[in-house]
Structures are given as C-alpha cells and as structure tokens.
Design a protein around this ligand. Structure first.
Ligand code: ARG
Length: 268
C-alpha cells in the first residue's frame, strides 16, 4: 500500500472524480487508509508500505494496485493510459526492484496493472483481464510471454468493459476463490459475460452495490474487506461462507477507487 500523503482529487480521469464539487478531506483519507490497513492486517495479510513520490504531482499514487501485476517474483509494470499517472511507473518500478522483483513491461500499449488483471484458477492458471477502458487488449501477448514460467503457462481471458463508471476490472469483478467471483455483469459486453461464466462460478451483485464499489474488495482467506454500505453484498458473502468487513472509504470513492485498488497483491 502507498500512503495517501499527497492524495487529492485534482483532475478528472473517471466519472467519479469531480475536483470542484467533491474535494478530498486529506485528514479523513489518512484515517480511512489506516483503518483499511488495519483491517487487512487483522485478516492475516502482511502490508508493506511504500512512501509516495512525486509529491503533489502524483495524487493518485495511493491506488497501488494499478502499479503492476505480480506473479511470484515477477512484476509486469503498468503503462498508464492517463498522462496524469504516467510518472508513477518509474517509482513503482524502483520500489519493486528494491524488494526483489524482476520487472517487465511494454510502452507500446496501455495497461493498468492489477486494476485490470486478476489471477484465478488453480495455481494462477488463468489471468482475467479487463480491456477497452484503461487497458489495451494488445498488451496481452507480451504480458503472457513475460509472465509465464517454464513450468507453468496460463490462459489469459480478455473481457471488454463497457460502462464508464466501471473503467477497471477491479471495480466490477472480485475473485473470492480459485473458481468463484462476485461481479456486476452489465459492466461487461455480452461476449465477455458469456466467456466469464464458462470459466468460474459468477455471483452477481446489484447496480446499487456495484456503485458502492462492492467488487473493489480485498479478500484474505474467508475475510472480505470492502467499502461500507453494500449491505446486500455483505449478506451474499455470508451466504457463500465469507466474512464481510466494512470500512468507510468515502474519500477514495471520490477518486474512483476503493479497498482493493489501494493494495497491490504481492507474493513473499
Ligand atoms: N483516480 C484513479 C484513476 O482513475 C483511481 C483508480 C482506481 N481504480 C480502481 N480499480 N478502482 O486511475
């Protein structure tokens, strides 16, 4: 996770961001970020904290999940579509290298890290990718090439995102287990909806909960840490044998992100 020291909504690169009408309360943002960190740690995960770089020039750096997609000790870096975020790559690359990750990446096509790519299946046998909004589908062949290992290839499944409110895969798709996920189906085109249902058991959530960022959740074992207010999704999770843990992330919703987007998944 990257500290929200410089986080604010200064520009608008998604429909949630409204700098003039909905400014961020930075003190509250820091409090909420610490609450999220504590909730993830209490659920049993270890958090590495990165100090933000670029100062006031990189206010979105707090959304660490956009930095890269990780597999073992390999990191495939983002090539941010939005000019406002392009310089984050350099700092994340340095951090990942300093922490023992071999970094890859291409500057040919846009790719926004774990924001648009999630591992599913046994031993990460499948990579679900959201394309058409922030990530260009043409990145996938290089990503596959660099991230496969000698012992294990994986299948990449590209899914077209069609609703501007759900511009990253993480905002509308939440893997709960190897073959089980929450999703907001209307965020995907009909081909993507069909294809995803072939791969795993998909549990839909309502539009009301999707707009509370219920899919943008951190899952640690059976614990699901999500923005407060998505009560129906909480009940769904309980029915599925999971434990919902609500954290107020109102200040980050103003930037178009929530729980999962504030934490990049690393492997030890
Ligand atoms: N303001 C950031 C952006 O638009 C927020 C990213 C949040 N991403 C997410 N998957 N929820 O890039």
């Amino acid at each position: 996770m990257c500290k929200p020291t410089y986080y604010r909504v200064e520009y608008s690169i998604n429909p949630w961001m409204n700098p003039s009408e909905n400014p961020v309360d930075r003190t509250l943002a820091m409090y909420q970020w610490n609450s999220l960190r504590l909730a993830i740690e209490t659920a049993g995960a270890i958090i590495d904290v990165m100090e933000p770089h670029g100062g006031e020039h990189l206010p979105d750096m707090v959304f660490a999940a956009n930095a890269a997609i990780i597999r073992g000790k390999k990191a495939y870096l983002a090539n941010f579509q939005c000019v406002e975020r392009k310089n984050e790559r350099h700092f994340y690359k340095k951090w990942l290298q300093a922490h023992g990750y071999e970094t890859f990446g291409s500057m040919d096509y846009a790719f926004e890290g774990e924001g648009d790519a999630r591992w599913v299946g046994r031993n990460q046998s499948k990579l679900v990718c959201g394309v058409g909004a922030r990530t260009d589908a043409r990145i996938i062949s290089d990503l596959k090439d660099k991230m496969k290992t000698e012992s294990q290839d994986f299948k990449a499944i590209a899914l077209k995102l069609v609703d501007p409110r759900f511009y990253h895969l993480e905002t509308c798709f939440c893997p709960l287990a190897e073959d089980l996920a929450l999703w907001y189906p209307d965020a995907f085109d009909s081909v993507a909806q069909h294809n995803l249902k072939q791969e795993m058991e998909m549990v839909p959530i309502s539009e009301a909960d999707a707009t509370k960022f219920a899919c943008d959740a951190v899952v640690v074992g059976k614990n699901v840490i999500l923005n407060k207010g998505a009560d129906d999704t909480g009940k769904t999770l309980q029915r599925l044998g999971f434990i919902p843990n609500f954290v107020d992330l109102s200040e980050f919703i103003k930037g178009g992100g929530s729980s999962k987007n504030l934490a990049l998944t690393l492997t030890m």
